[in-house]
Design a protein around this ligand. Structure first.
Ligand code: ADP
Ligand code: RBF
Ligand code: MG
Length: 148
């Protein structure tokens, strides 16, 4: 496991870059820039899995893409969380808490959207498996999520 894991983040859900994640069938909740600045400076960019909670409701599995952001000249990182749950409506303005549990893979450049969608499907399958382990399950009920 990477030294800085598990890592806990909380912040408001804001408008992202409108790069059409929803069109991929995979909406990603974005944080404001200052939240991404609180990441460990030596964090490895890439795709991670963990737990997510919107406004003190249920805790769900998630996958999160942490990458250098082209919109900020690749000098700042973006954190894009896809929660593995079907929500009735959008939750912009809500408080999103995430616990990053483990690392899945580095970010890649894909030749087509289909390849990206396929990779995200694999990420989701892998996240489901990893998060069913006892050690990962302990973090689902961590005081970070239960204390308000
Ligand atoms: P944006 O560019 O504004 O981030 P997206 O297409 O990535 O737009 O959609 C993200 C928004 O979709 C989130 O801010 C949230 O309000 C909503 N949403 C609905 N379901 C989910 C989900 N399962 N995971 C993440 N966000 C979701
Ligand atoms: N975009 C990439 O260009 N390469 C990736 O490896 C990649 N992996 C992703 C993994 C997950 C779990 C999610 C939710 C998104 C990923 N994206 C990736 C998409 C990226 O965050 C951004 O939303 C898209 O580039 C929008 O078209
Ligand atoms: Mg998004």
């Amino acid at each position: 496991m990477l030294a800085y894991l598990p890592f806990f983040i909380e912040g408001e859900v804001v408008q992202g870059f409108g790069r059409g994640s929803k069109d991929l069938g995979c909406p990603t909740a974005n944080y404001p820039r200052d939240v991404a600045k609180s990441l460990p400076s030596d964090i490895k960019p890439g795709v991670y899995y963990g737990w997510a909670q919107v406004d003190s409701n249920s805790v769900y599995k998630m996958v999160v893409n942490i990458g250098w952001c082209p919109f900020y000249q690749n000098k700042e990182m973006s954190i894009e969380t896809h929660v593995l749950h079907q929500f009735d409506k959008d939750f912009y303005g809500s408080l999103l808490k995430i616990c990053i549990v483990g690392y899945l893979r580095p970010e890649k450049n894909f030749n087509s959207l289909d390849e990206l969608i396929y990779a995200i499907k694999q990420d989701i399958e892998n996240a489901h498996k990893e998060l069913d382990s006892d050690n990962a399950m302990k973090l689902k009920t961590h005081s970070f999520f239960t204390k308000n």
